[in-house]
Design a protein around this ligand. Sequence first.
Ligand code: SAM
Length: 263
Amino acid sequence: MQDDHRPRKRFGQNFLRDQSVIERILEAARLDGGSRVLEIGPGLGALTDRLLESAGRVEVMEIDRDLVTRLEERRHPRLGIHQGDALLLSWDEVLREPPYTLVANLPYNISSQILFRILDCRHLFERLVLMFQKEVGERLCAAPGTGEYGILSVLCPLWFDIRRVVLVRPGAFFPPPKVDSVVLAFEALPAPRAAVADEAFFRRVVKAAFAQRRKTLRNTLKAAGFAEVDVLAALGDCAIDPQARGETLSLEQFARLSAALRP
Ligand code: SAM
């Protein structure tokens, strides 16, 4: 690691230095010479160099200009460098030859926004290997009815199989973060796990159901602008108790409910 770079907190810079974690990430990415990779936040390149050894082509998006300058000094012919905020860059323009494997030790403050972006761009990816703050990772794998279950625990499994790769302690990074982390692998499903005809509407229903966790579905859907008569009819069609809370519904139940509510 080049140690003359002072890690910038505002960019969530905690650089990986534990080689065994890097190995686990690479194993989970299952790359070969034909693979194309997107890495968000390459930083000092701890993962990037290893990705370039295994994959045919690596695109990186990095917000920090100083780090971009260092990456450019590598002059690697199979490395595409895109300076900017990964939330603002056009992924369709950068990733012109899908499918890609997305590998990232994500800045924790933007991990949920990145996940929503991934869902919007899921046509570009066959696999994702992502590092999260442990609590966020647990939410993605949470079961209905638990405190961790939330919007992304419904939306991500619709399109991906998600498994835990490795728990990562703070000492694996420089500087060490205050929290534990976890690496998750997402495999794109050949077809969505549940029938969803109108994805935007489905998201609206899921978001509404979790907007006020303590409220019943009947009230929270009403508060989101659905007419009470339609809400009660749809819940009846799906045999869901109107007094139930959104956080108790499975992905399949959300899919049926959104189909029944859809005008
Ligand atoms: N991949 C490196 C590693 O594992 O050592 C660095 C990981 S560090 C947790 C996060 C990286 O994401 C930093 O390089 C940071 O500058 C970059 N970053 C932060 N916010 C970003 C954003 N919005 N878009 C692109 N890169 C970002």
